[in-house]
Design a protein around this ligand. Sequence first.
Ligand code: HEC
Ligand code: HEC
Length: 248
Amino acid sequence: MRRLIAVLGIVVAPVLCAAQTPAKFPPDSLVNTRVISHATPVILVIGTMRNFTSYLGVRCQYCHVGVEGQPLDKFDFVSDDKRAKVVARQMMLMLQEINRRLDSLPEGMGAKLQVTCNTCHRGTSRPFPLSTLISDAAASAGADSALRAYRALRERYYGRDAYDFGEGSLNIAAFRLGGLKKFDEALAILKLNEELYPNSSGMYVFRGNINLMKADTTAAEAAFREAIRRDPNNQEAKGRVQAIGKQP
Ligand code: HEC
Ligand code: HEC
């Protein structure tokens, strides 16, 4: 749930923290940069910083000491007091390492892809997959709270790159919950998925598998048969029905 609060707590806001007093912001020189070379023009550094806000879906004060709405010349960009800034510096080093390794790949692979913060973050500060957020929320705070969280995330992020709202995410979340023996929660999550994807055959395979984990063979068989009714070519469901000991 902590992860989810962190995710939902972010104000999704425009990238720019409008610069107001050019005399002091941008600063004349770099003071406490340990990854970015001191010789880098300040204007390029500010560009990098604006990219950070967009990649993580945050504002400057997420990493820097300052207050929302305050002019940027009142911010203390030099300070390392915020944990997020310290983490971000580690992330910058990690990125350099990743890109160095990518650069050392053999030739002939076409255009080289460079990794950015956005490769992982995609507009969120903590890049957890949706299935993890939802199964964590259900395991720690119950199914209702997980369902509310899913709807809130979908409302905010649908159509963005941040989370996969396709059918798979809730199936995976439900399967994880089944593994934790949280069967009621798992089935509640699948019920929401059914509302969203009412004709899915694959989801009934998940429902069947969760019922098998629950040792409810009757419900499992009914679910696998429903999967076959929805898609007569669903081989996985046919195999499961056979495994239960009956012909499909
Ligand atoms: C995800 C975290 C993060 C966000 C968001 C962020 N910064 Fe930074 N910023 C850093 C880190 C880390 C450094 C230090 C880099 C280094 O050590 O090389 C830094 C350094 C700076 C510096 C140089 C400070 C010095 O020591 O001279 C300025 C100026 C700055 N940021 C401005 C901004 C502005 C303006 C924004 C909003 C548009 C912003 N930052 C958003 C992480 C962030
Ligand atoms: C290879 C994937 C990856 C890349 C690339 C990456 N990050 Fe991260 N980042 C993560 C993961 C995973 C976490 C969550 C770690 C955790 O909380 O357990 C994270 C966490 C963070 C956090 C802490 C968020 C919080 O509030 O706890 C910051 C800040 C951050 N990243 C900044 C950056 C910046 C800036 C870049 C680019 C320079 C970057 N990351 C690149 C994977 C990545």
